[in-house]
Design a protein around this ligand. Structure first.
Ligand SMILES: C[S@@+](CC[C@H](N)C(=O)[O-])C[C@H]1O[C@@H](n2cnc3c(N)ncnc32)[C@H](O)[C@@H]1O
Length: 463
């Protein structure tokens, strides 16, 4: 069963696979170890083998190698919606199989595009997803939809043909709309959206919605491959050229091909989640540092990647999508103010590492940024981690960004904070950033100057 609290959808989900996902067969494990060792030899900065396994220092691994069954980070429905700084699914799969049991519950308080939700479903776990960004509520019903059996490409094509004849209208509640669209494109999009919005709920309606979101960004003045909403000179020039060509045919072609691609991916998912009785409960549009939820059964694991310190501005990035999806200017403004780390800290968190960084920081604004970041990030983690069962794990995936040239060892700060709150340190893994697609198609090899990301694993000592 998938429940989406904000939009109130309830979908019955047939099963996936019976057995726990097997990541390691004995021979496979040996192969992985050989590859890991080769990696060590190749990279002189890797920690020495003798310091491995004591858990106190990062162990250099590659989740892509550790989880070889996932060969494409966008497989199945993982990339239906554009979302910046997504988890690579290998990290999530690793945490699920290592640290949670079949049919248990996992929580992601910074769920973004619901990577944890889909992986949980595929591994037969239940998931609770929280995120400030209400886009989560639109992503979840499609990403994990179970009504694939009814789908066929011809019906979808008929619906799209009907949409093109639409005389209905929908205009987003946004005073600045004309800034982002040439009038002729806005006219067409408003008709297409008007038609989509009168469709009764169905998987087709969700597919068309997701395809329209993509097209509406691509045919706007907004740089659609960037993590922030802005007009770029290249995009302006691109749109000028488009307007001189048969832009309408291009728009329709993008709409049809995107919708068909989504449809095929949703159909591929069908046999994998057939008969699955697990649940994914999504709460989009909530502040995880101040949101109370209940877990129906034992909570085995928190698996999450908090926002970066030099924040991404997720709400602003998704603004165009959110307006077309029917969210109001007022709601988006309100949510933007709750985004980490833009709020002033109402409590100063101290740990040895935070204190030592702050002692070296000359700029007060950066010191305040650190306070705000750790105040709300740690509070959101604590809010979910307190619900873990005894022995349950928190798997937190973070970077080590720099502020004013000083490295902020986020994994260490998270550990220090929770060691004082009933958790034991279990492990920290270092994963070199390769092609993490932070910004859509653009491959950013070194976001925020970071070369690695870290997965810190803590275990709860008592209830
Ligand atoms: C690194 S992204 C998570 C991406 C996610 N792991 C995925 O695979 O798509 C961090 C998320 O934190 C969310 N966020 C920022 N401030 C928040 C808050 N106060 N409460 C809940 N979520 C917040 C952002 O909306 C963003 O989706």
């Amino acid at each position: 069963m998938i429940k989406n609290k904000q939009v109130g959808t309830k979908l019955k989900v047939p099963a996936i696979r019976k057995n726990k996902t097997t990541v390691y067969h004995p021979t496979e494990k040996n192969k992985i170890l050989r590859e890991q060792i080769a990696l060590w030899r190749e990279t002189p900065t890797f920690i020495s083998k003798s310091s491995r396994g004591n858990g106190k220092q990062p162990e250099l691994i590659s989740f892509r190698i550790l989880v070889p069954e996932i060969t494409d980070t966008t497989y199945l429905t993982h990339a239906l919606y554009y979302y910046p700084a997504k988890f690579i699914p290998q990290v999530v799969r690793y945490c699920l199989t290592e640290y949670s049991r079949e049919n248990s519950w996992v929580v992601d308080p910074f769920a973004g595009s619901a990577t944890v939700g889909l992986e949980a479903m595929l591994c037969r776990r239940n998931a609770i997803l929280l995120d400030l960004n209400p886009l989560l509520n639109h992503i979840v019903p499609l990403k994990m939809t179970i009504k694939q059996a009814e789908l066929n490409k011809f019906d979808l094509a008929h619906l799209l043909d009907a949409l093109r004849q639409s005389t209905l209208r929908f205009y987003p509640d946004w005073s600045n709309l004309a800034y982002w669209y040439p009038p002729e494109i806005l006219d067409v999009l408003s008709r297409y959206w008007g038609w989509q919005k009168q469709l009764p709920p169905s998987t087709y309606a969700l597919i068309i919605e997701a395809a329209l979101v993509k097209v509406s960004k691509q045919f706007s003045y907004a740089e659609h491959k960037a993590p922030k909403l802005f007009k770029s000179k290249t995009k302006l020039a691109e749109m000028e050229t488009k307007l001189g060509e048969d832009w309408k045919a291009q728009l329709d072609e993008t709409l049809y091909s995107t919708a068909f691609d989504i449809c095929a991916r949703v159909q591929q998912l069908a046999p994998l989640i057939a008969h699955c009785q697990n649940q994914v409960v999504a709460y989009g549009g909530v502040d995880s540092s101040d949101f109370h939820f209940t877990v129906e059964d034992e909570l085995d694991c928190v698996i999450t990647s908090p926002p970066y310190l030099q924040a991404q501005e997720y709400i602003r990035t998704a603004k165009l999508d959110l307006y077309w999806l029917g969210h109001s200017e007022e709601e988006i403004k309100r949510l933007g103010k709750l985004e980490i780390p833009y709020r002033k800290a109402d409590q100063i968190i101290e740990t040895p590492t935070i204190n030592s960084i702050k002692a070296r920081l000359a700029r007060i604004d950066l010191s305040n940024l650190l306070d705000a970041y750790f105040c709300y990030t740690l509070r959101a983690l604590e809010n979910t981690m307190k619900k873990l069962r005894k022995g349950g794990r928190a798997c937190v995936f973070v970077g080590n960004p720099k502020v004013d040239g000083i490295e902020v060892e986020t994994w260490r700060i998270v550990s220090e904070y929770f060691l004082d709150r009933g958790f034991a340190f279990e492990h920290v893994f270092e994963d070199r950033i390769k092609n993490r697609q932070l910004f859509g198609g653009r491959k950013n090899k070194n976001p925020d100057g970071m070369k690695s990301e870290f997965l810190v694993v803590l275990s709860k000592q008592k209830n």
